[in-house]
Design a protein around this ligand. Structure first.
Ligand code: NDP
Length: 302
C-alpha cells in the first residue's frame, strides 16, 4: 500500500515555524479577506482562513459584499485596502460572480499585498524564478514533497490541469525544482498514457475520481488537489460499491468530499495525498506564510 502524505502534519510544521516570526514583528500581520456573494463552499474556505489567522495570532478582517456588487465597487474596496498600512495581505476569494471582471479585480491588488500570488507581476516573478509570493496550493505541495523527502530533480512530473491558480504555477515550481514537466488538460490525447509516465503525478482537475489505476505508474507519488463533492447516495455507491461506512458518513454529512484520484485504485502508487487531509491544509498554511512574509517586507524585516 502507498505511503500516505499527511497534509495536516506538514501544515502544523509550517505554522509552528511561523510563530517566532510573527512574535518578532512589532505588530500583528494583517490579512483582509474579500468574499463576494453567498457561495457556500467559498464561505467555508474563508472561515477556515480567518480561523487560521486567529490561531496564529494574525489580525484578519472579512469583507463580504453582496453578489450584486459591481467591478467598480470591488475595485474601490481593494483600493482602500491597498492604502491601509496595517493590512499586509489581501485575498479575494474566487470564484467571483460572472458579472465581475475577476482579472481586473486581481490586477488591482497591489503586488506587495498579493498573498495569493495571482497578480501578473508575481506570476512574472514565478516564471523568471525571482523571489515573491507563490500561489498557495502549488507552493504547499512543494513543501509536502520536500518535507517528505520525495525527490523532484530529474524526475518526470505530470500535472493534470492548467489553471492559473493551480496547474500552471504547479508546473513552474516543479520545473524550477528540476523535474521534467508535462502539463495535461482536457484536450490532451491519451491522458492515461501521459500520466502513467509520471514519477510525480499532480491531479488538479475538478473531476471526481478521474485518475484511475491505469493512470498511475507503480511507485509514483500521486498528489490529489481535487475537491469534488459527492451529493447523492448513488454517486457514493458508484465510487464506493457496497461500502456501508461511506454511505453512513454520507447520510450524516449530506455530502462527501472526493478527490480527482480514485482512492480505491492507488494501491500501486508509492505515496498519495488523502482527500480530505492532504493538499487542503497546506493551502491555508502557505497563505499564512505569504501573509507573514508580506508583513516582514512591509516592516523592513524581510
Ligand atoms: P479549473 O476548473 O480552473 O481547471 C481545471 C483544469 O482541469 C483545466 O485545465 C481543465 O482543462 C482540466 N480538465 C478538466 N477536465 C479534464 C479532463 N477530463 N481531462 C483532463 N483535464 C481536464 O480548476 P482549478 O485548477 O481551480 O481546481 C482544480 C481542482 O482543485 C478543483 O477540484 C478544485 O476544487 C481543487 N482545488 C483545491 C484546492 C485545495 O486547497 N485543495 C485549491 C484550489 C483548487 P482545460 O484547461 O482544457 O479546460
Amino acid at each position: 500500500m502507498p505511503r500516505i502524505l499527511d497534509g495536516k502534519v506538514v501544515r502544523d510544521q509550517i505554522l509552528l515555524e511561523l510563530r517566532p516570526r510573527v512574535a518578532a514583528l512589532p505588530r500583528r500581520p494583517g490579512l483582509a479577506v474579500v468574499l463576494v456573494g453567498d457561495d457556500p463552499a467559498s464561505a467555508i474556505y474563508v472561515r477556515s482562513k480567518v480561523k487560521a489567522c486567529e490561531d496564529l495570532g494574525l489580525y484578519s478582517e472579512k469583507h463580504a459584499p453582496p453578489a450584486t456588487t459591481t467591478t467598480e465597487e470591488l475595485l474601490a474596496l481593494i483600493h482602500d485596502l491597498n492604502q491601509r498600512p496595517e493590512i499586509d495581505g489581501i485575498l479575494v476569494q474566487m470564484p467571483l460572480p460572472r458579472h465581475v471582471d475577476a482579472k481586473k479585480v486581481l490586477m488591482a491588488v497591489t503586488p506587495e499585498k498579493d498573498v495569493d500570488g495571482f497578480h501578473p507581476f508575481n506570476v512574472g516573478n514565478l516564471v523568471s524564478g525571482n523571489p515573491g509570493p507563490r500561489a498557495c496550493t502549488p507552493s504547499g505541495i512543494m513543501e509536502l514533497l520536500r518535507r517528505n523527502e520525495i525527490a523532484v530533480a530529474g524526475k518526470k512530473a505530470v500535472v493534470v490541469g492548467r489553471s492559473d491558480i493551480v496547474g500552471k504555477p504547479m508546473a513552474l515550481l516543479l520545473l524550477h525544482a528540476h523535474a521534467t514537466v508535462t502539463i495535461c488538460h482536457s484536450k490532451t490525447a491519451d491522458l492515461a498514457g501521459e500520466c502513467r509516465r509520471a514519477d510525480i503525478l499532480v491531479a488538479a482537475i475538478g473531476r471526481a475520481g478521474l485518475i484511475r489505476r491505469d493512470f498511475i505508474k507503480p511507485g509514483a507519488t500521486v498528489v490529489d488537489v481535487g475537491m469534488n463533492r459527492l451529493t447523492t447516495a448513488e454517486e457514493v455507491e458508484a465510487v464506493f460499491p457496497g461500502n456501508e461506512a461511506k454511505q453512513a458518513e454520507f447520510a450524516r454529512k449530506g455530502s462527501l468530499l472526493f478527490g480527482d484520484v480514485h482512492p480505491l485504485e492507488v494501491d500501486e502508487a508509492g505515496a498519495v495525498t488523502p482527500v480530505p487531509g492532504g493538499v487542503g491544509p497546506l493551502t491555508i498554511a502557505m497563505l499564512m506564510a505569504n501573509t507573514v512574509a508580506a508583513a516582514e517586507a512591509h516592516l523592513g524585516q524581510g
